[in-house]
Write a protein that binds this ligand. Structure first.
Ligand code: CAA
Length: 257
């Protein structure tokens, strides 16, 4: 395997680092394939309860690899590459993924962060969909996920101008959950991952599935799923453990059963 993605396991969490620093982690085919393989393997591993997806201080990812992917591209070559398959595979990962963003998250980089479950940022982070400056539009979910996140009017302003949004503004428009100091952003993201890793995994999974449905389904369908998932959780050992621990005034230990 190439080394465009580096995985570090720390007990119940895994840190997945995009690793093409010379090109600001531009997303080429090799990196996307490796990322899908790594995330799928972690998703199959019950010992891993939360994933942190990150880049480096300078860049989370500066988008699709413009030089490698776009220079000679035609609609037919783009179609044959079937880029959608990689993005769909990332979307299917059910272990919660925290995008920990420092520096640039542009184009496909911003779209990759938005394919995760939570986005946290260093105060140095900059988000944007600059595709318009290349004569194209976002092609990995940006027009849909950004609009569902920040609304039509802000999405249009950002996508039609390509303007970059700094961390504080990204938090104000609902794109980012938390902004952390540049000295501690990754440690804070890992601490958040450890907090989630201590929660009951089946409930975590069903919560993220239900929240995703708020994007994909009607309100009635989403409410129906939520109700059934809520009932289902009453059959889990972790629900018994959580309630027993509350009544017994002790810390719950969840096992994912
Ligand atoms: N693809 C390929 N290479 C890239 C890249 C990208 N998206 N972004 C940066 N790089 C490369 C640069 O070419 C440069 O390489 P060289 O040293 O070999 O010249 C290196 O990374 C460092 O970049 P810069 O010298 O440009 O660094 P900077 O600090 O001056 O600027 C930047 C940083 C503002 C992010 C600038 O690099 C930039 O604008 N990058 C392109 C961002 C972009 O347009 N992204 C959208 C791509 S399209 C897309 O993602 C479609 C989609 O929906 C999937």
């Amino acid at each position: 395997m190439p080394n465009t993605v580096v995985v570090t396991r720390e007990e119940a969490i895994a840190v997945v680092q995009l690793n093409r620093p010379d090109v600001l982690n531009a997303l080429n085919e090799e990196l996307m394939k490796e990322l899908v393989a790594v995330l799928s393997a972690l998703d199959d591993d019950d010992a891993i309860r939360c994933i942190v997806l990150t880049g480096n201080e300078r860049a989370f990812a500066a988008g699709a690899d413009i030089k490698e992917t776009f220079i000679a591209a035609t609609p037919v070559t783009m179609l044959k590459q079937d880029l959608t398959a990689n993005w769909e595979a990332i979307r299917r990962v059910r272990t919660p993924i925290i995008a920990a963003v420092s520096g640039y998250a542009l184009g496909g980089g911003c779209e990759l962060a938005m394919a995760c479950d939570i986005i946290v940022a260093s105060e140095t982070a900059q988000f944007g969909q600059p595709e318009i400056n290349l004569g194209i539009i976002p092609g990995a979910g940006g027009t849909q996920r950004l609009t569902r996140t920040v609304g039509k009017f802000v999405a249009n302003e950002l996508i039609l101008t390509g303007r970059r949004v700094k961390a504080d503004e990204a938090k104000a428009i609902g794109l980012v959950a938390q902004v952390y100091p540049a000295a501690s952003w990754l440690d804070e993201a890992k601490a958040l991952a450890r907090t989630i890793a201590e929660k009951p995994p089946v409930a975590v999974r069903l919560a993220t599935e239900a929240i995703d449905l708020a994007w994909n389904a009607t309100l009635d369908a989403g409410l129906e799923f939520e109700r059934k998932a809520f009932y289902l959780l009453f059959a889990t050992e972790d629900k018994k453990e959580g309630v027993d621990a509350f009544v017994g005034k002790r810390k719950a230990i969840f096992k994912g059963r």
